[in-house]
Design a protein around this ligand. Structure first.
Ligand code: NAP
Length: 307
């Protein structure tokens, strides 16, 4: 699979990552093992976790199902996240960050995370605490690279001014039907709603500063509301996806994913389906490059406007 450079790190990562937000003990271990092995056999060895996914079940089940060992571990790139805490909301304190990483390492049965992300902005954060936590995690070898998620330009600037380690990635929601960071960039200085700055400039900022954008929920509308795929509420998108699927000789799923990956910012997209066939169709998107006119036609198919 095509790879992308992960920010300023040494890591070359597959353009499509596999995410485990939806994994929990409701899934059979054999099913999960087969799913993970199939992903790896097809070049998808980047796995996106979080301490909060299934309240720890996703990380535990993942490592138990595959029988995590040193040989498997070195073939994988594992990312996890911290900072969302049930009943507290957000916590970027030193204590929480260190405890969260220890918990993830234990559940994943590994000595290190390739990347740790701060999951969602914590307005009560003290940057000195994050800096101390990251320094300890880096020097102990528990975490090799650091990134953020759902952060805007100024939040990342603030981290960069206060941390001793580089920010290598910013994970943001992005799909054909959820693309405010693209809409506001295309509608600068207009009176329409799309010109409202919701993430405006984050793509250019990340490109400028060698921070890889990781696109989450490539098939969802809203925050976990459901998918727009084959959804009658999204007739325009589905019609255009069908047309392009035929033109490029791939599935609609592959085309929807390739809309993200064809953007020249060299983003990494995170596939969240736990169905093998859908996951494989997502991986194929790394090798499809939509033409400029098809990319804009798909953007417009959801009534996303241009000036
Ligand atoms: N940083 C953050 O704040 C954040 C937030 C959310 C997610 N994430 C990460 O991003 C990953 C992906 O997010 P997501 O799970 O919302 O991803 P997604 O790939 O947009 O959605 C996958 C869901 O859509 C369903 N689906 C229905 N039709 C589909 C089709 N034709 N193609 C693909 N999926 C279809 C899947 O069902 P089936 O399983 O039945 O196929 C699955 O429930 C997560 O696993 C997590 O790692 C990060």
């Amino acid at each position: 699979m095509r790879k992308v450079q992960l920010g300023c790190s040494e890591l070359q990562v597959p353009a499509v990552a596999v995410g485990f937000w939806r994994l929990n003990y409701g899934y059979d271990k054999k099913y999960v093992e087969d799913f993970v092995r199939t992903a790896m056999e097809n070049g998808a060895n980047f796995f996106d976790h979080a301490d909060i996914y299934g309240r720890g079940e996703a990380e535990s089940l993942f490592s138990e199902a595959i029988g995590m060992n040193d040989s498997l571990r070195e073939k994988m790139i594992i990312q996890s996240k911290c900072g969302i805490v049930p009943n507290k909301m957000f916590d970027f304190s030193k204590k929480h960050i260190l405890e969260s990483v220890d918990g993830s390492l234990k559940r994943l049965k590994t000595n290190y995370l390739d990347i740790l992300l701060l999951h969602r902005p914590d307005t009560l954060m003290e940057p000195e605490e994050i800096c101390e936590a990251f320094d300890i995690l880096k020097s102990s070898g528990k975490v090799r690279n650091f990134g953020v998620s759902n952060q805007n330009i100024w939040q990342i600037e603030y981290f960069r001014a206060n941390l001793n380690v580089p920010i290598v990635s910013n994970q943001m929601q992005l799909s054909i039907v959820h693309c405010p960071m693209i809409q506001s960039g295309l509608n600068v200085n207009m009176f329409n709603d799309s010109s409202i700055e919701r993430g405006a400039g984050i793509i250019e900022y990340c490109r400028l500063n060698k921070i890889t954008l990781q696109a989450w929920s490539p098939f969802q509308y809203g925050l976990g509301g459901g998918t727009y795929m084959d959804n009658p509420d999204y007739p325009g998108v589905n019609a255009k996806l069908s047309e392009l699927a035929e033109k490029y000789g791939v599935s609609k799923t592959t085309v929807a994913m390739s809309w993200i990956l064809s953007h020249p910012a060299k983003m990494q997209a995170i596939s969240g389906s736990l169905k093998k066939e859908r996951m494989l169709n997502c991986l194929k998107a790394a090798d499809v490059n939509l033409s400029r006119e098809d990319w804009y036609a798909l953007y417009m198919s959801n009534n996303n406007i241009l000036p």
